[in-house]
Design a protein. Sequence first.
Lengths: 116, 115
Amino acid sequence: DAGVIQSPRHEVTEMGQEVTLRCKPISGHNSLFWYRQTMMRGLELLIYFNNNVPIDDSGMPEDRFSAKMPNASFSTLKIQPSEPRDSAVYFCASSSSGLAGVETQYFGPGTRLLVL
Amino acid sequence: QKEVEQDPGPLSVPEGAIVSLNCTYSNSAFQYFMWYRQYSRKGPELLMYTYSSGNKEDGRFTAQVDKSSKYISLFIRDSQPSDSATYLCAMSARAGGTSYGKLTFGQGTILTVHP
């Protein structure tokens, strides 16, 4: 099993540019999560998809952030325009429901984003 | 006030020591309690989970939940340098079935076990 795959692993961009982060969940998982991790705020849930449908986007910081899941094997998180305060590690996680009553979330390796 | 509070440390212990990691929470609806371990430059991975109050043991690791005090702990016995990582507590009010368990994470505690 390849696990959750994220790309790119590192991204350096300039303020104002568009950034697109990509995620391939584990095959067969029907839930997908995007998180952001910073030293100051820890790990924060940005948005959650279930069966490709956005269920909870209350964590999305503002309109500059958008996420899509066009099919069960692919999701994107886009930031447009990017700002220095968006610099963080962005994680994608996936899970399957009904696993012994607890949904284990499997995290990808993350994308380290630096906005200059 | 954050829903989940965790001392970020850092915590440094000698090899073989017993490590105690703790989290407190304010949401009484939390039912599932988890500990994730995150190595440097990696994603978090589930270490242990418990449901409701009580203890759960897995090898050198013991998770404790005290719902009356809204307090959870992770104990590591005979700590090893390979245990050096960030430990995050996470909690969920719902889980399983067709719904999902939104995880609320603590800040994470950085642990270093030195030889």
